[in-house]
Design a protein around this ligand. Structure first.
Ligand code: ADP
Ligand code: 5GP
Length: 217
């Protein structure tokens, strides 16, 4: 199903940056996919990276693939909202893409860790709405990690350590959702989005509307 969830009478709006973090295995990818299936005016942010493409990855869809020199030049020109070195490769969020999407009334979804979330908030404090996804229990998190294809005990143990480090930062976020029942968690995420869209600053056409109401148009 595809639906903007945005009634016509609401008029022109500025999109928002929905920044979602969670410990690996808590269900962030699942929740983000459901949101993208439901709303056709939400776009996933496409990062730039110096990592070579993996089989099946498409330039401009999965990532903007760059050489190190190209990436360094983009840093120099301040073209990133945030960037980081992850396992020997550079990754960054291009500023212009996000700005264009927001201005055209699209929401932009970011699947980033707490440091990425912090950096995005620093750059665009009025646009960022941040949500932290928590697992219902440590046992459930372990179970979900173990159920993933290719999981080994060692991978699960490492992810569990990383999970504790990530969860330490949950208080930085505007919202938190415990992903126990998937449908309930998804419904909560959707409600956050719909309410945030109603923030006065995002409803650009209200300026004209109120001017008209006041007889000032
Ligand atoms: P993340 O992106 O946070 O690492 P995923 O969305 O990949 O997590 O979810 C990890 C696993 O847990 C997947 O197999 C997914 O189907 C499952 N999962 C997600 N949410 C729930 C839920 N509410 N209840 C049970 N299983 C879930
Ligand atoms: P992968 O190479 O497996 O696609 O991603 C490796 C890591 O890079 C993941 O942890 C992912 O979250 C992180 N990453 C991807 N894009 C960005 C980005 O734009 N900024 C930051 N800070 N990290 C990113």
């Amino acid at each position: 199903m595809s639906n903007s969830g945005h009634p016509k009478d609401q008029g022109e709006r500025r999109g928002l940056m929905l920044v979602i973090s969670s410990p690996s295995g808590a269900g962030k990818t699942t929740l983000c996919r459901k949101l993208m299936d439901r709303f056709d005016d939400i776009k996933l942010s496409v990062s730039a990276t110096t990592r070579p493409p993996r089989p099946g990855e498409t330039n401009g869809v999965d990532y903007h693939f760059k050489t190190r020199d190209e990436f360094r030049e983009m840093i120099r020109k301040r073209e990133f909202l945030e960037w980081a070195l992850v396992f020997d490769n550079l990754y960054g969020t291009p500023r212009a893409d996000t700005e264009a999407l927001l201005a055209s009334g699209h929401d932009v979804l970011f699947d980033v860790d707490w440091q990425g979330a912090d950096a995005l908030h620093d750059q665009m404090p009025r646009d960022v709405v941040s949500v932290f996804i928590l697992p219902p229990s440590i046992e459930a998190l372990k179970g979900r990690l173990a159920a993933r294809p290719g999981s080994t005990d060692e991978i699960v143990e490492r992810r569990m350590r990383d999970a504790r480090a990530e969860m330490r930062h949950w208080r930085r976020y505007d919202y938190a959702i415990v992903n126990d029942d998937l449908e309930i968690a998804y419904h909560r995420l959707e409600r956050i989005l719909l309410v945030e869209r109603l923030k006065r600053l995002r409803q650009l056409s209200l300026e004209d509307h109120v001017r008209e109401l006041m007889g000032e148009a």
